[in-house]
Design a protein around this ligand. Structure first.
Ligand code: FES
Length: 112
């Protein structure tokens, strides 16, 4: 099992959360299964940026982002070098530390 530590996020998981998942699942599915409601507006088809996460530790253990994901990520709020679309990022054998960005594009356009 691989451990994922989610850092605290005001709305989605105020206390943060530590979960154990089977390698091979996406970060998005892993989170959703454990009650962390990452947004996934396009139903995980790599056509939005609402599932954007930043992988603070273990980034290089993930599958590589493909071109489509990179293109979508360019539009994400708060893009960082360790940003991924969580529905496309497959968990490997290495433990991860994942941060949820403060805003998604949905929020950003509504409130800012
Ligand atoms: S849910 Fe839309 S890209 Fe991940």
């Amino acid at each position: 099992m691989t451990q994922i530590i989610f850092l605290p996020h005001e709305e989605v998981c105020p206390e943060g959360k530590v979960i154990d998942v089977e390698p091979g699942v996406t970060i998005c599915d892993a989170a959703l299964r454990h009650g962390i409601e990452i947004e996934h507006a396009c139903e995980k088809s790599c056509a939005c940026t609402t599932c954007h996460v930043i992988v603070r530790e273990g980034f290089s253990s993930l599958n590589e982002a493909d071109e489509l994901e990179e293109d979508m990520l360019d539009k994400a709020w708060g893009l960082e070098p360790e940003s991924r679309l969580s529905c496309q990022a497959v968990v490997g054998e290495t433990d991860l530390v994942v941060e949820l960005p403060k805003y998604t594009l949905n929020h950003a356009s509504e409130k800012h």
